[in-house]
Write a new protein. Structure first.
Lengths: 138, 323
């Protein structure tokens, strides 16, 4: 009881959403991987061919496996390997949801500086998640 | 007696981990690891994910016992001794560090140990710079990243050896920036029953340091607890428990931004990332259970030795000396 007194309302709200999101994301990750391994959904890259690919640089891998980076995996979700990205992306997106959830609380408390920091963080994470930032080859 | 048994068990786990890592390296064959673009081994395809799962499970135990994050052990060890390209290892390393931070975050926030006000400004800088680091890491030649990774791991070993920790650093006066941002707090110290009031200083210097930490976290996929804690604790003056907890929570934000860059550039391979995440998380759960029965200092020395070995391996591999 005494422990909870030190955590603010926005902190507890963030924690509650993070807790639910993390558990859901991990569940999605495990289920999708089991489906992938079971072979129920045919993967884009056959699992027995993976040793030929996983030693390649990512740029070479994308080239030889004919995979387009970014959000194109959404259109290939019926493939066993790409189904895993549902859980992976959800886990990587939970933090954005938590920020979005507490920004109104911060504004409501008149904590404008931290609300703006929260908005900036959402923009940074959204930019990273957008797929707009591409890297050169090596 | 119980402690001795626990220590023996911890050493046993670590020895198995080391044996498996060495076996995986030998199974592949040194020549095959070298310049070959398409690496093949005599093992069936499923053996590698299985070995990866077992090794990451053991790494999860060792990481908890040694008081380090999973990512900092994962990247140099898996990158150094498995047939996977460093791009995919770093992508998986970020997912490992991210999943661990997401799992720990809610509890730390609820207890008031991780502090949102301390984390927010730091996270904004570190996560922005982690994007830059991730893009640099994916653009640079592998041998350059491998060499820099080795040097970084050896630097981390030096930090672990030398950095002192302070439970309650003396902060005579909060600086202007932290005062303006109201970065201070109260937490309940369960071991003493005291309520600890804390504030920080040297905030501009601390925030500037997180530019470098963010870039390195994104570039190497290591997580960054090894750097976060000394900066928050020794430089900025946050109590040790607040520093450790806020650092762990920070990783959930910093690694999110870097992870997206790796995901969107194709550097997260589910067959490597998912067994690693599950392995490390299950290992962490077991590690927490046996933590009370082990001698932390003894395990920490073994972890440092493992990092020293893995760092030297990464450095020499990057320089083309030990391929």
């Amino acid at each position: 009881m005494q422990q909870n007194q030190t955590a603010t309302k926005e902190q507890l709200t963030y924690a509650a959403l993070l807790n639910k999101g993390m558990k859901l994301g991990l569940l999605m990750l495990v289920v999708s991987f089991l489906l992938y391994m079971s072979g129920v959904l045919v993967p884009h890259v056959p699992v027995d061919k993976l040793p030929e690919y996983w030693g390649l640089s990512v740029h070479k891998f994308l080239e030889v496996s004919n995979i387009h980076p970014g959000w194109t995996w959404v259109g290939m979700i019926s493939k066993g390997d790409f189904l895993n990205f549902v859980g992976i992306s959800f886990l990587a997106g939970v933090t954005i949801l938590c920020y979005v959830r507490i920004i109104p609380i911060l504004f409501g408390k008149g904590d404008k500086v931290f609300a703006v920091i929260g908005i900036l963080e959402v923009l940074v994470l959204a930019l990273a998640a957008s797929g707009l930032l591409k890297t050169g080859g090596h | 007696m119980v402690c001795a048994k626990g220590a023996r068990f911890a050493v046993f786990v670590i020895l198995i981990a080391v044996a498996l890592i060495c076996l995986s390296g030998f199974a592949l064959g040194a020549e095959e690891v070298a310049a070959s673009a398409v690496q093949k081994s005599s093992l069936p395809w499923w053996a590698w994910p299985l070995i990866l799962f077992v090794v990451t499970f053991l790494l999860g135990i060792v990481a908890v016992l040694g008081g380090v994050g999973g990512g900092v052990l994962f990247v140099p060890i898996i990158g150094g001794f498995f047939p996977f390209h460093l791009d995919f290892v770093r992508g998986a390393g970020l997912m490992v560090a991210l999943a661990g931070a997401l799992a720990a975050g809610p509890g730390l926030l609820k207890k008031g140990l991780a502090d949102l006000r301390l984390a927010f400004p730091v996270a904004l800088i570190a996560s922005s710079c982690a994007i830059v680091g991730a893009m640099i890491g994916l653009a640079l030649p592998t041998n350059v990243v491998q060499t820099a990774l080795g040097a970084t791991i050896l630097g981390i070993v030096a930090i672990m050896f030398m950095a002192k920790k302070s439970d309650y650093p003396e902060v005579p006066k909060a600086d202007a920036l932290s005062t303006a941002l109201r970065i201070n707090g109260i937490y309940y110290e369960a071991t003493t029953g005291q309520t600890i009031n804390w504030k920080i200083h040297r905030t501009p210097q601390g925030l500037a340091t997180f530019i470098v930490i963010g870039v390195m976290a994104g570039m190497f996929g290591l997580g960054a607890g090894w750097a976060n804690v000394p900066v928050l604790n020794l430089m900025m003056g946050a109590p040790l428990k607040v520093s450790v907890a806020t650092s762990k929570f920070l990783l959930s934000i910093t690694d999110t931004s870097a992870a997206w860059i790796y995901i969107n550039n194709g550097a997260v391979l589910p067959m490597i990332a998912v067994p690693s995440v599950i392995g490390v998380m299950l290992g962490s759960i077991v590690g927490v259970r046996i933590l009370t029965r082990t001698k932390p200092s003894a395990v920490r020395h073994i972890v440092i030795t493992m990092l020293l070995f893995a760092g030297a391996r990464a450095l020499l591999k990057g320089l083309g000396i030990w391929t």
